[in-house]
Structure formats: C-alpha cells, structure tokens
Design a protein. Structure first.
Length: 172
C-alpha cells in the first residue's frame, strides 16, 4: 500500500475524450500503477464518463455503476470498505452548474463520505485544482501535481490514508 511520498509531478497529454472534465490521457492507468491497487478495489466519485473502479455519478447519462449524489453515498461504512476512494468533483459551484447542471457542492460533506466508505488504512484521494489541507480521521501522504499543456490549470491530487481513529462525533 502506498505510504508517505515526496511531492511529484506528472506531465500528461490532453484528454483523449471530448467529455468536459475527463482525466488527462493515461492518468487512470498511471494512478492504478502508482497506488498499487487493483481497479476493483477503487470507488470513484463524481466519475463522469470514467470507468476506473466502481463509478458513482449524479447523471445517469454518464452510465455510472451507481447513480447517486456523492454527498450522500448509498454505501455502508463497514470494515470491508474500499482500498481507494477517488473523487474528481467539479472544482466550484459555477462550474458545477454551468458544465454539469448539478447542485451546489459541499466539500466537507463529500470528503466526509469519502472517508466514511474507505477501509481502515485505505487511500482517500482528491483530484482538484487546489490542495485540501485536512481530512478528518486521515493522515496526509503527499501530493501529485498534473500538468497537461500551456495555459491550462494544473491539477492537484491530494493523497490521505484513513487511520483507525475516526471520531464518531464527525458523523453528526
């Protein structure tokens, strides 16, 4: 399992799909190799049209495995959670509304759900345009920066490991 690492940067080609918000080409393959996790043990939130892991998205036309709001996952929080929970949310409320016609984002809530369904010792990973400073009940491992081309915003992939102490009061 991936442990603490020094910050790194990947330079990847532009996306091979015309779906707005898709990962850069080769990201998914490199991500699985980097984490050392089998794809079947990955839960992918805000998946869009990606097919990595068990996919969850609000929009049925994206054909996710589960159509659901990532702020309220229809999954149990048991000891057999996912080895990796990866989220690629819209980066702000304006983009969520303009590009995807989805409701307001509640970062604290979807991060809570990510941690809740990850197994103890599992990775909780956020693909975003900024680094999130703290995930309750998790240990920071490192950050991966992804650049694709000139005049394009870099992406920041923040890695955390769920520890065994997840305070019950965080659920309420």
């Amino acid at each position: 399992m991936l442990s603490r690492f020094k910050s790194i940067c990947w330079h990847l080609p532009r996306p091979s799909s015309d779906y707005v918000g898709c990962f850069p080409k080769f990201f998914e393959r490199k991500f699985l190799k980097f984490t050392g996790i089998e794809e079947k043990r990955v839960l992918h939130l805000f998946a869009g049209k990606s097919k990595i892991g068990l996919t969850i998205d609000l929009k049925p036309e994206n054909r996710p495995n589960i159509v659901a709001d990532c702020h309220h996952l229809p999954l149990r929080d048991d000891l057999n959670g996912f080895d990796v929970v990866l989220a690629d949310p819209p980066y702000n409320d304006k983009l969520a509304k303009r590009l995807y016609s989805t409701p307001q984002l509640k970062q604290k809530k979807y991060i809570h759900e990510m941690v809740r369904v990850a197994r103890k010792g599992g990775l909780v990973v956020l693909y975003h345009i900024h680094q999130v400073s703290h995930f309750e009940g998790c240990k920071y491992l490192g950050v991966l920066t992804i650049v694709t081309r000139l005049n394009h915003v870099a992406r920041v992939v923040t890695f955390y490991k769920k520890d065994g102490h997840y305070p019950i009061e965080y659920f309420f």
